[in-house]
Write a protein that binds this ligand. Structure first.
Ligand code: 5GP
Length: 178
């Protein structure tokens, strides 16, 4: 399938599954070295990162747990703009290494807010793993410990990412056709 139509928009294939899985392999290899003795809590930030989290977890060979969180659709305001509240993280984080699993870092706002909220729960360390990163969109100083792939500043769907709810099931990534 080189093109898909979702709602009113057309998308064309841009990153095949094979390439995505190679990127996940590399992230997993890095984690298998760096996190082997950390007993980390992996935190999958829903909805978009469910595919990345699933493929990544299968490749990790050290003891670790996984938890699933959401950002509330309610948005207040804070120093960095819109703040969405992190919900569903009920574990005691004291003394833990927490690894946030994100689908994509675009402007960086979401991950900065999420890291801030997790830090307030007293973990020993917070690391960030993102499947995709748009360096041209991200003007903030964001510390990304693990990055699957850097991509151009275009709107994409697939591999967990949606357009208005659709397209999350696509195994490859597609870019919107303008
Ligand atoms: P940020 O706060 O870094 O600007 O945005 C992060 C969130 O925006 C992601 O978790 C994702 O939900 C959404 N997002 C950013 N870029 C894209 C994109 O190209 N496609 C889709 N489907 N969502 C995106």
């Amino acid at each position: 399938m080189s093109r898909v139509k979702l709602l009113d928009k057309e998308f064309e294939l841009s990153i095949p599954e094979e390439k995505l899985l190679k990127a996940v392999d590399q992230v997993a290899e890095q984690m298998n070295v760096e996190l082997a003795d950390k007993n980390p809590l992996m935190v999958c930030v829903l909805n978009g990162s469910f595919m990345f989290a699933s493929d990544l977890m299968k490749r990790l060979n050290f003891p670790c747990e996984i938890s699933f969180v959401k950002l509330s659709s309610y948005a207040g305001t804070g120093s960095t703009g819109q703040v969405k509240e992190l919900i569903g993280l009920n574990e005691n984080l004291e003394g833990r290494t927490v690894v946030l699993l994100e689908d994509i870092v675009d402007t960086g706002l979401t991950i900065i807010n999420t890291v801030d909220q997790v830090k307030q729960m007293g973990p020993e360390d917070v690391k960030v793993a993102t499947m995709l990163f748009k360096p041209d969109a991200c003007k903030r100083d964001v510390k990304l410990d693990y990055v699957g792939m850097e991509i151009p500043n275009d709107f994409i769907v697939g591999y967990g990412l949606d357009y208005d709810g659709y397209g999350r099931n696509l195994k490859d990534i597609y870019t919107v056709v303008e």
